[in-house]
Design a protein around this ligand. Structure first.
Ligand SMILES: [Zn+2]
Length: 1022
């Protein structure tokens, strides 16, 4: 470099932290993330799947948000008026559970001590802290959300949308109150959904009881025996069931077992055979009794439920399995989901024996007030006293625990609010069936449609304090005339009679009703809140200000793309579609992209409760946000989940310590190498937090970091060599062959990346860019122009092509790696503020608003691309031989190429590049090229390179090397031949796989022949 250069020294390593600190505030300050409705432009809208304010984000969120940011940045560059709407979700149960648990643990205070308002206030404090943390994490990742529009599912705008939606559904009589069996968390005292329940296998018992038959006829059994794992629930039994066709059911079970025996491997057969014998034994001993019991059930016979002395029917129902237990089953509809279904089918009473705190209520007779374990013990003892306990069997049982509170789950029949799904579900099905909403990958469409087609009513109430309180007021005493009088002339209040409970249900659209809103009658507000999904379902339009007819709603709705994970297709995607159609009359988005999940080293999804979540900030600190983003996008294929084994990095000695299921939940971990302790993301206590933090890292991110460094180094070289750059339009005939090649490749890759992103093929886009930037631009083109940049006459053109190529490459990469591309973009603007090949234009002030590149088919030249592919292969071969033979770098060598005529024609014009890039001279190319007397070779498909070694090498060493290669090839060939001789393989493998093996064998045989020829020549020359 010239000494009078004013260009500043650029650091050899890309400093990701400095770039992040510099450019994120720059983008924010200049308002690039902010969008305003602009009718002269086409909108492109993404709404963020709002993260729960329960805790911090993990790598799964990092993936989800990276993909959204890649898309929104690309669309921004493509000239759309882009809006990425950010926000967070109040996550009712999850957040309340976390805060309640913490307050109880730290202060010994329960929610009842605090009261509704007090607890909600404490949760708001938590929300503020975690929302800030979450939004901070998103910013560190580089997410270009419109922060000025940040929403929260409980803020006034969203709350208004919730009230209006509830009101209109209620008015249309699509909302009703009914009984439902729920998973009851007795600690939090709320219903939890199925996916918030953990099932664990534990040691338990099977208790066998017998219930007396009332007035048995001669020959009939006097008792019916049942078995249960939860004896206390017998107090709520309302029937005992027997199968309506016990013989038929046993036939079915036997046929099923026979076919399993047939299909089973030999090893498992004896065990299944044993089961078959047991079944046959049952047929002999138990079937006659079951048939009698069935007849008794049909005849309407009753049993006496012991302890509470209630008459209950014997019923015939298929839920009773003759092949299991005693063949009879007690039915407790209010405390078991399967029994609940039987209760509905057989129209049985549903007796609830539990209070909401898990103690027994007055229905339990003498056991009232007892806890479940106390009642269990007493019930068993009392039955034993009455000689009704038959036996107790030890057995492994499944125990359900609440994921949130870890308390046992009690199935409980409770009053809940529901939305009728029939028509609403149909609208959401139609939207996907007729492709107004397109789900990618298409295989997820089926699950969406299947789930909706069940048209199960949507339970929307939760017994919580944190959330949207249901806008219903009850009046037991008012008459309809009182209500008419109180709300005369108002269209924002509606009421219906709830006959079952003898009361009025009054719903108000916006305003809360006062206790005395109806003169002389007290109104009581419903205490329950709405399930979180009720408000998140409105997210695409509530965030735009619906029900107001805002400019935002008009411009940005319907949005374009929702990017989310497969877990919430039914919980969320389906409900957003039906809510959008119901409220706004239009679908919320036209595309749904379902991305893969990030799994830990054990193949488990990352979650806060498992403790295996990785904090993206750990990765960003060590590798940089760009490395995190690029690696994640690179791994996002359509078919595979992403396995991400992680390690702790000891902050004392940098040793990597594998994360295990045991240490991943610990607040502190001891380093196995230096013996020092460090804290983890779970550190909570001051003494743990004091320890230095051991980051959680994965080598998966090295790919992204190395890529960013490679790009940085190539850019650094370019920037240092753009001194004196002058922009000028370049005529096609001025271009050198390598210019035409790189411009052709650039156009091809631009097309590939644009197409891939249009189909959400992130990995394809990232890989095309990786290969082009690394192999073609950095490793090849930059090297090819080195000489020209030193040559006064050739320099200006080389600079123009180099600047243009770098400029375009940066733009293509920007959505993936925004920080490093902005850093280079700004540096490039210092040396080349105006640039372009066909048109000279000033560079955009920030790459974030630079135009997305267009592919230009006029630049694409497949002949040149082929020529360079061959050139690269031959050059690599020549270099390989040089290094293999230890030829000094400056030493000139000669080589020849055996190839067909077409290849020879392509390679001959590349003479000068072999000279400059490998100090090599091509002396002959063609089909009749003969190996020189003493030469080294590399064989490629359809080509063979010979470097003339006369006077250059150690012949004996070369002979030894060729002999080794020969042995290796022979080994491979034998392996392939064996495989192809294997009939199993040839018959079973797909035809193209077999063909591939055959082709590969032929190629190996060609290589062996070539090696033998070289060896022969070497021996002769000795
Ligand atoms: Zn250590």
């Amino acid at each position: 470099m010239s000494t009078n250069s004013s260009s500043r020294e650029l650091p050899k390593q890309y400093n990701h932290a400095a770039a992040q600190d510099r450019w994120y505030p720059f983008w924010e300050k200049n308002g690039y993330f902010h969008s305003e409705p602009d009718s002269s432009k086409t909108p492109y809208t993404i709404v963020i799947p709002p993260p729960n304010v329960t805790g911090a984000l993990h790598l799964g969120h990092a993936l989800n948000n990276t993909l959204q940011d890649v898309l929104i940045r690309q669309k921004r560059m493509q000239g759309f008026e882009t809006l990425w709407m950010p926000g967070t979700d109040h996550a009712g149960i999850a957040t309340q559970a976390v805060v309640e648990k913490r307050i109880l643990a730290e202060e010994g205070v329960s929610r009842h001590d605090l009261g509704r308002e007090g607890l909600v206030e404490r949760i708001w404090d938590w929300k503020k802290e975690y929302e800030a943390r979450i939004l901070g994490q998103l910013k560190q990742m580089g997410c270009s959300c419109d922060w000025e529009r940040t929403r929260f599912t409980l803020d006034p705008v969203c709350a208004k949308a919730v009230r209006h939606t509830f009101f209109s559904l209620f008015k249309e009589q699509l909302i009703y109150r009914g009984k439902r069996l729920v998973n009851w968390d007795t600690m939090l005292q709320t219903a939890v959904s199925d996916d918030e329940v953990n099932h664990e296998t534990v040691d338990g018992n099977f208790w066998y009881f017998k219930y007396p038959v009332i007035d048995p006829k001669p020959g009939e059994p006097t008792h019916v025996t049942i078995a249960t794992t939860r004896p206390e629930t017998m107090l709520g039994d309302t029937a005992v069931a027997v199968h309506p066709n016990p013989a038929g059911a046993l036939d079915g079970a036997e046929a099923d077992l026979n076919s399993r025996i047939e299909a089973a491997p030999e090893k498992q057969k004896p065990e299944l055979q044993q089961q078959l014998e047991e079944l046959q034994e049952r047929r002999r001993t138990l079937l006659p009794t079951l048939v009698t019991l069935r007849d008794m059930a049909v005849d309407g016979r009753k049993l006496m439920l012991p302890l509470v002395n209630r008459e209950i029917p014997l019923v015939a129902d298929e839920w009773a399995k003759p092949e299991m237990g005693t063949g009879c089953v007690k039915i407790t509809p209010a405390h078991d989901p399967n029994d609940y279904e039987v209760g509905l089918r057989r129209d049985l009473p549903m007796v609830n024996i539990l209070n909401l705190d898990g103690t027994l209520n007055e229905e339990a007779g003498p056991y009232v007030g007892k806890t479940v374990p106390e009642a269990r013990e007493r019930v068993v003892a009392d039955l034993e006293k009455q000689d009704l306990l038959v036996e107790v069997e030890e057995r492994q049982i499944e125990l359900a625990h609440s994921d949130r509170s870890k308390a046992p789950i009690e199935p409980l029949l409770t009053d809940q609010w529901f939305v009728k799904m029939d028509n609403l579900a149909q609208t959401a099905m139609d939207a996907v069936s007729d492709k107004r909403v397109k789900i990618t990958p298409a295989r997820y469409t089926k699950g969406y449609l299947d789930w909706l087609s069940e048209k199960r009513d949507w339970p929307i109430s939760r017994q919580l304090w944190w959330g949207h309180q249901i806008p219903i007021w009850y009046s037991k005493t008012a008459g309809e005339d009182d209500l008419k009088k109180a709300f005369e002339g108002r269209d924002d209040v509606v009421w219906y009679r709830d006959e079952k409970y003898g009361q009025w249900l009054i719903c108000a659209q916006e305003e809360d009703l006062a206790e005395d809103a109806v003169e002389g009658h007290e109104l009581v507000r419903e205490e329950d809140v709405l399930d979180t999904w009720f408000s998140s379902a409105l997210w695409p339009h509530s965030t735009m200000g619906w029900p107001e007819k805002t400019a935002e709603l008009d411009f940005y709705y319907p949005g374009n793309t929702l990017i989310t994970s497969r877990d919430i297709i039914t919980l969320w995607v389906a409900r957003m579609v039906l809510a959008g159609l119901h409220n706004v009359g239009e679908i919320p988005f036209s595309d749904v992209y379902i991305h893969p999940k990030i799994l830990d080293g054990f193949g488990e999804g990352m979650s806060k409760s498992k403790g295996n979540g990785v904090d993206p900030l750990d990765v960003i600190e060590k590798f940089g946000a760009d490395a995190l983003r690029f690696s994640l996008a690179y791994l996002t294929t359509e078919t595979q989940d992403v396995r991400m084994p992680v390690e702790f990095e000891c902050p004392h000695c940098n040793e990597l310590i594998a994360q295990t299921k045991k240490n991943r939940i610990l607040p502190r971990v001891k380093c196995k190498k230096c013996g020092e302790e460090f804290s983890t993301q779970w550190a909570d206590k001051p003494e743990d937090k004091e320890l230095p933090r051991g980051a959680v890292v994965s080598d998966r991110f090295e790919l992204g970091r190395n890529f960013c460094n490679k790009l940085w180094n190539a850019a650094r070289f370019a920037l240092m060599n753009l001194e004196g750059f002058t922009p000028e339009v370049v005529a096609d005939d001025e271009l050198r062959v390598e210019d035409r090649w790189i411009l052709s490749r650039l156009s091809t890759v631009t097309g590939q990346v644009t197409d891939a992103l249009a189909e959400f093929k992130y990995a394809d886009a990232a890989r095309a860019l990786y290969d082009f930037a690394w192999d073609e631009f950095c490793s090849f083109f930059v090297e090819m122009v080195k000489d020209r940049l030193q040559d006064e006459a050739a320099r200006p053109l080389a600079q123009r092509v180099l600047a243009h190529t770098l400029d375009t490459l940066l733009r293509l990469l920007h959505p993936f790696i925004p920080f490093v591309t902005e850093e280079v973009w700004q540096l490039l603007a210092e040396v080349a503020p105006k640039r372009g090949l066909t048109k000279i234009e000033p560079a955009a002030e920030s790459i974030i608003v630079a135009a997305w590149p267009q592919s230009d088919s006029a630049r694409e030249d497949s002949r040149i691309e082929d020529q360079f592919t061959i050139f690269q292969e031959v050059l690599r071969a020549v270099r390989e031989i040089r290094s293999r033979q230890n030829v000094p770098p400056k030493q000139q060598i000669e080589f020849s190429l055996r190839c067909d005529a077409a290849t020879a024609e392509l390679i001959e014009p590349m003479q000068s590049y072999f000279a400059s890039m490998a100090a090599a001279k091509l002396v002959a190319a063609g089909a009749d090229v003969e190996a020189p007397e003493l030469s080294a070779n590399v064989t490629m498909t359809g080509m063979e390179v010979f470097v003339d070694l006369a006077g250059l090498i150690d012949v004996a060493a070369e002979i030894q090397r060729m002999e080794q290669q020969k042995a290796k090839l022979e080994g491979f060939i034998t392996g392939k031949q064996k495989k192809l001789e294997n009939e199993n393989f040839v018959k079973r493998a797909p035809a193209e796989v077999v063909q591939k093996e055959k082709d590969s064998l032929t190629e190996l045989q060609e290589q062996l022949a070539a090696t033998e020829a070289v060896l022969k020549r070497l021996m002769e020359s000795k």
